[in-house]
Design a protein. Structure first.
Lengths: 338, 306, 300
C-alpha cells in the first residue's frame, strides 16, 4: 500500500535524450527529485536547460521521435511511470497527474467549447454522465474565478482573454482533483497583474485539493512566491537543490549565485545588473567535466576533468560543485604546499 | 459574419458580369461574319442582312453586349443554330445530369481523399503512408480520360460487373464518378495529410494527450476538426476542376450532360449552345466558391482570432 | 616595384540575387539533389526530352506508314507496343507523338507565363488602379472552371493544335499573374529598390533588371507544375477531337482512336496513356522537389 509519508512523486536518475540528425541531445541527463503531497517544488533554469523536457517526461509527453526516456525511473505512488503501458499511463494523465502549459493562447483547442474541453476529462476519468460532467465543468470554471461560467463554458477559446484561458487550463487540469500538478511556466505569457492572480489561484487551489505542485519557471520571483523547495537546473543537470529560503539567503553553487546576482534588488544599490559571462554548452556536445566550468569564476583543473556529483551538504541542501567536496580541500592544500 | 456574407455576395456580382463579358468577348473572336455563318453557304444578301438586323449584329459592340446581358437576365440565352430550340431549355435538360455526376464525384473526392490523408498522417513515413502518398501522386498525374477508359476496360469489358456507358441506374454512376473524383481525391489526400501533420504538432494536441484521452479521440475529435479547415478551400477549387472534367468524362461514358453538350456543340459549330453551356457552368462555379468562402470563413474565424 | 592601386569602392548597392550567385546556385542544386524524388522527376523529364529529340533515330518504324495486313497486332518482338487499327507501330507513334504533346505543353506554358508575368509585374509594381483592373480581370478568368475557358476559346477559334496551345496557355495566365504580383509586392518593399530608384533608374530597368530576377524561383516552380497540367489538358482536348487531328500521333488523339477498339485491342489506348502519366508524374515530382529546394520553409 502507498504510504502517505512517502513522496507522491519520486524521480530517480531520469535521462531524456533527443536523437536528431545532428546527433544526440542530452536534454535531461540524470535528474533526481521528490515531491510530497501539498508541497511545491520549483524547477528553475534558463531556457534550454531541460526543465520543460523534465516536466514533459513525467507524463511521457515528449514527442517521440526524436525524444526518448533512456534511463531512470519516475515513481508515482511507488509505481514506475516509465514502464507503464499506454493504458495505465492514460489513467494517470489528467486524472492523478495533470499539467498546465506555458501558452494559454495555443494550448486550448480552438474549435471546441471550453466547457467541453474540461468535461471530457471528467467523463473519461470520473465516469460522469454528460450532464454531470458539464455541470461539474461549470463548477470548475466558477472555482477558478471565471464570471458567468454557464455562458463562458459554451464559448470557444478565441472569445476569451489570455488570463481567462489560463484559468480555463487550470480548471481543466484540476477538474479531476489530481495529486500532482505540473505547471510549466504557467504565467510567462501573461501580463504582470494577471500573473500574480494566477499564481495566487494555484496556491489557493493547492491548499484546497492538497496536491503537490511542480512549478517550472525561469523566474526566480515566481519561485520565491510559491515554492517550498527549489531545484536549479543547468544543461540537463540539477546543480543545486535547497529549501527556497536557504537558496535565496545562502546560495551555494556559483551558477545559483550568478542567477541571484542578476536579479534586480530593491533595497540595495546596484550600478548594473550582473550577468553571467559565456554560453551554455550545447546539449549535443557536453563537456566531460562540470558543465558550468567554462563560465565559472572558481574554475580549477578538476572541474574540467570530471562532472561533480550532487552531494548533500546539510539538511535538504544539495550541490553539484567540486568546491564543496573533499577533493577541493585537498587541491587547495596542494597549492599551498607548492 | 452577416456583414461578411453580404460583402462577399456583393463582390461576386462583378465577377459574374465579368464572366458574361469574357464569354461574349471570346465569341467575337470567331473568324468571319457571324451572319454569313448563320445564313449558311450560298445565302442571298437579303437573307444575311435580315439575320444581321434580327440579331442586332449591325449595332455597335457595346450595344450588342448590353443586349446580351439583358437577355441573360431574362433567361434568354439565344437559340441553338441546329434545331432552333432555346439554349436554356437544352441546358435545363442537361444540367441535372451533370449536377448528379458532380455531386457523386465530389463525394468521392472528399470521402476518399480525407480518409487516405488521415490514414497517411496517423503514421507518417510508415509503409502505409508512403504507399498512400505514392498512389496520390499517381492520382494527380493520370489523365482522367485514360483512367476512365482503363476502368471501363477492367470493370465493364473484362469483369463485366459494371455497365459500359449511359446514365440509367446507380451502377452507371460509379465508373464516371470514380474517374472524375479520383484526381481531386488525390489532391485532397495530400492536403489533408500535410494539414494533419501540422495540427498534430500544435500545443492543444499535447494538452489533449496530457488529459489522458485515447489516441483515436485525439485524432478524430481534436486534430481532424482543425485540420479540415484548410482542406475546405482545396475542395472548393477542386469543384472547378471537376466541372471542367465533366466535359471529358461525359464524353467517355456517353452521358448526356452539360459537358458533352458543349463538346458536341463545338464540333457542330453551334456557338450559342457553347456560350450558354460555358456561362452556366462558370456561374455555378462562382456560386459554389461563394459558399466555400463563407463556409471557410465561418470555420476559420476562431483560428484567425487566436 | 609596382604601386599598389587603391580603388575607392563607392557604396555599391548590392542586389541580393547577384551578391553570390555561385554559392546560391550551389546550395540550391545540392538541395535539389538531396531530394531524391526531385532527382527521379528530373531524370524522367530528361529521358522524355531525349526520346523526343532523337525520335527519328530511335523509332523502329514510320509513325504514319499504314500496314493493314498487320493491324491491331498485340505487343510482340516486332512491335513492342503492338500496332493500331491501321497497322501503324504504336511505339514509333508514341515516340514521335512526344514531340507534339510535350511541344504543346511547353509552348502553352511559355505563352501563358509570358503574358501572366507581364500582367503580374505591372500590377504589382504600379499598384493602385492598374493593379485593381488587372487583378479583377484575372479573377474573372479564374472564375471559369477547369478547361472550360479553353473550350470556349477553341469553340471560337476552331479546333487545331495551335488553338489548343493558345487556349491552354490562356488559362495559365491568371495563375502566373497572381504569383508574380505577390512576389513583386514583396521585392518592391526591399530597401535596395528604393535606393536604385533614387539613383535614377527608370521603371523598365527596375522591373526587368532588379525585380524580375528576384522572383524567378516561384515562377519556375509554378511553370514546372503548370507543365504537368498543360500537357494533361492539351491531350484531353485532343482526345475530344478539338486539337490535333488523326492521323497525328499526338497522344490524346491516339487515345481517342484507341477508345473505339477498347474491346478488341485495349493496348492501343493503354500505351499512350502510360506515356502521358509517366511524363506528368515526372513534372509533378520535379515541381514538388523544386518548391522544397527553393523554399525550405515549405518542407514538412
Amino acid at each position: 500500500m502507498y504510504d502517505s509519508d512517502k513522496p507522491v512523486l519520486e524521480v530517480k536518475g531520469l535521462k531524456t535524450h533527443l536523437t536528431t540528425k545532428n546527433g544526440v541531445s542530452k536534454a535531461v541527463d540524470g535528474i533526481d527529485f521528490s515531491l510530497h503531497k501539498g508541497e511545491t517544488l520549483g524547477i528553475v533554469g534558463e531556457s534550454g536547460c531541460g526543465k520543460s523536457m523534465t516536466s514533459l517526461s513525467i507524463l511521457r509527453l515528449i514527442p517521440s521521435p526524436p525524444g526518448k526516456i533512456v534511463d531512470g525511473s519516475i515513481l508515482f505512488k511507488g509505481k514506475n511511470i516509465v514502464e507503464m503501458s499506454e493504458d495505465q499511463l492514460r489513467k494517470i494523465r489528467g486524472n492523478e497527474i495533470s499539467m498546465i502549459f506555458q501558452e494559454p493562447m495555443t494550448s486550448l483547442n480552438p474549435v471546441i467549447p471550453v466547457g467541453e474541453q474540461i468535461a471530457e476529462a471528467l467523463r473519461l476519468h470520473q465516469k460522469l454522465g454528460k450532464k454531470d460532467a458539464w455541470q461539474n465543468s461549470i463548477e470548475m470554471l466558477k472555482l477558478v474565478g471565471i464570471p458567468s461560467p454557464e455562458k463562458r463554458a459554451k464559448q470557444e477559446p478565441f472569445q476569451l482573454s489570455g488570463g481567462m484561458r489560463q484559468r480555463v487550463m487550470i480548471a481543466m487540469a484540476l477538474a479531476c482533483r489530481p495529486e500532482v500538478l505540473i505547471a510549466d511556466e504557467p504565467t510567462t505569457a501573461l501580463d504582470v497583474t494577471i500573473q500574480a492572480q494566477i499564481l495566487e489561484l494555484i496556491k489557493k487551489l493547492q491548499a484546497k485539493i492538497g496536491m503537490g505542485v511542480i512549478m517550472i519557471t525561469h523566474d526566480l520571483g515566481v519561485v520565491a512566491e510559491t515554492c517550498d523547495k527549489v531545484a536549479v537546473m543547468y544543461a540537463g543537470n540539477i546543480v543545486e537543490h535547497a529549501p527556497t529560503e536557504q537558496l535565496f539567503s545562502d546560495p551555494k553553487h556559483p551558477y545559483t549565485k550568478g542567477l541571484l546576482n542578476s536579479l534586480p534588488r530593491i533595497y540595495e544599490d546596484q550600478d548594473e545588473l550582473a550577468t553571467i559571462e559565456g554560453n551554455v554548452p550545447s546539449p549535443y556536445h557536453l563537456p566531460e567535466g562540470c558543465r558550468f566550468a567554462s563560465r565559472c569564476a572558481h574554475r580549477e583543473a578538476i572541474c574540467d576533468r570530471k562532472l561533480p556529483e550532487l552531494i548533500e551538504q546539510s539538511d535538504g541542501v544539495k550541490v553539484r560543485c567540486w568546491m564543496y567536496t573533499d577533493q577541493w580541500a585537498l587541491h587547495e592544500e596542494k597549492e599551498e604546499v607548492l | 459574419m452577416m456583414m461578411f456574407i453580404l460583402r462577399r455576395i456583393f463582390q461576386t456580382i462583378p465577377v459574374m458580369i465579368g464572366v458574361t463579358f469574357v464569354v461574349f468577348f471570346i465569341m467575337q473572336l470567331v473568324p468571319g461574319d457571324p451572319a454569313v455563318l448563320l445564313a449558311g453557304e450560298g445565302a442571298s444578301k437579303e437573307t444575311i442582312e435580315g439575320i444581321r438586323e434580327q440579331l442586332g449584329l449591325n449595332q455597335p459592340l457595346y450595344v450588342q453586349y448590353t443586349d446580351y446581358l439583358m437577355n441573360i437576365f431574362r433567361g434568354d440565352l439565344g437559340v441553338s443554330l441546329k434545331n432552333s430550340q432555346p439554349v436554356l431549355d437544352e441546358i435545363l435538360v442537361r444540367l441535372p445530369i451533370t449536377i448528379e455526376l458532380a455531386f457523386f464525384s465530389i463525394l468521392i473526392t472528399i470521402v476518399l481523399g480525407m480518409a487516405a490523408g488521415i490514414i497517411s498522417a496517423i503514421k507518417p513515413y510508415s509503409l502505409t503512408d508512403v504507399s498512400v502518398m505514392l498512389i496520390a501522386l499517381l492520382g494527380i498525374s493520370l489523365p482522367s480520360f485514360w483512367f476512365g477508359l482503363m476502368l471501363m476496360y477492367l470493370f465493364s469489358v473484362k469483369l463485366q460487373i459494371l455497365p459500359v456507358a449511359g446514365w440509367d441506374s446507380i451502377l452507371h454512376i460509379i465508373l464516371p464518378a470514380v474517374t472524375l473524383g479520383a484526381g481531386g481525391a488525390a489532391i485532397v489526400a495530400r492536403m489533408t495529410r500535410s494539414s494533419m501533420l501540422e495540427v498534430i504538432r500544435q500545443d492543444y494536441i499535447r494538452t489533449a494527450r496530457s488529459k489522458g484521452l485515447r489516441e483515436t479521440v485525439i485524432i478524430y475529435k481534436h486534430a481532424l476538426r482543425n485540420a479540415l479547415i484548410p482542406v475546405i478551400t482545396v475542395v472548393g477549387l477542386q469543384f472547378g476542376a471537376l466541372l471542367g472534367g465533366t466535359v471529358l468524362v461525359e464524353s467517355i461514358f456517353a452521358i448526356n450532360g452539360l459537358g458533352r453538350m458543349i463538346v458536341d456543340a463545338i464540333r457542330m459549330r453551334d456557338l450559342p449552345i457553347v456560350q450558354g453551356g460555358v456561362l452556366c457552368a462558370s456561374l455555378i462555379f462562382v456560386i459554389v466558391n461563394l459558399f466555400v468562402d463563407i463556409f471557410y470563413r465561418f470555420f476559420n474565424k476562431r483560428i484567425e482570432l487566436n | 616595384m609596382s604601386l599598389e592601386v587603391k580603388t575607392v569602392q563607392p557604396n555599391v548597392i548590392v542586389n541580393p540575387t547577384v551578391s553570390k550567385p555561385e554559392s546560391k546556385l550551389k546550395g540550391f542544386l545540392s538541395q535539389l539533389l538531396m531530394n531524391k524524388a526531385a532527382t527521379v522527376g528530373a531524370f524522367i523529364i530528361i529521358i522524355y526530352i531525349l526520346l523526343a529529340v532523337f525520335a527519328p533515330l530511335i523509332a523502329p518504324y514510320s509513325p504514319y506508314e499504314i500496314d493493314l495486313e498487320n493491324k491491331m497486332m498485340p505487343p510482340s518482338s516486332d512491335h513492342w507496343m503492338g500496332t493500331d487499327d491501321k497497322g501503324r507501330d504504336i511505339l514509333s507513334r508514341i515516340l514521335y507523338g512526344s514531340r507534339l504533346s510535350m511541344g504543346v505543353g511547353f509552348a502553352a506554358v511559355l505563352f501563358g507565363a509570358f503574358i501572366g508575368i507581364i500582367f503580374g509585374l505591372v500590377a504589382g509594381y504600379y499598384g493602385r488602379w492598374v493593379d485593381t483592373v488587372i487583378m479583377r480581370i484575372m479573377d474573372v478568368m479564374l472564375a471559369f472552371p477547369g478547361i472550360l475557358l479553353a473550350l470556349a476559346i477553341i469553340a471560337a477559334l476552331g479546333p487545331s493544335l495551335i488553338n489548343v496551345t493558345i487556349a491552354v496557355g490562356a488559362f495559365s495566365v491568371p495563375l502566373f499573374a497572381r504569383i508574380v504580383r505577390g512576389s513583386t509586392l514583396e521585392v518592391k518593399r526591399l530597401e535596395y529598390i528604393d535606393a536604385i530608384r533614387s539613383l535614377g533608374a527608370n521603371d523598365f530597368t527596375i522591373i526587368f533588371k532588379h525585380i524580375f530576377p528576384n522572383i524567378l524561383s516561384p515562377i519556375i516552380v509554378q511553370a514546372t507544375l503548370r507543365l504537368a497540367t498543360a500537357i494533361l489538358s492539351a491531350a484531353g482536348l485532343s482526345f475530344l477531337g478539338l486539337g490535333a487531328q488523326p492521323p497525328s500521333p499526338e497522344w490524346g488523339t491516339m487515345l481517342s482512336s484507341g477508345r473505339d477498339f477498347l474491346f478488341s485491342a485495349p493496348f492501343i489506348a493503354l500505351f499512350p496513356g502510360i506515356a502521358i502519366s509517366i511524363l506528368v508524374l515526372g513534372f509533378n515530382i520535379f515541381g514538388d522537389g523544386l518548391r522544397d529546394a527553393f523554399d525550405p520553409r515549405m518542407k514538412k
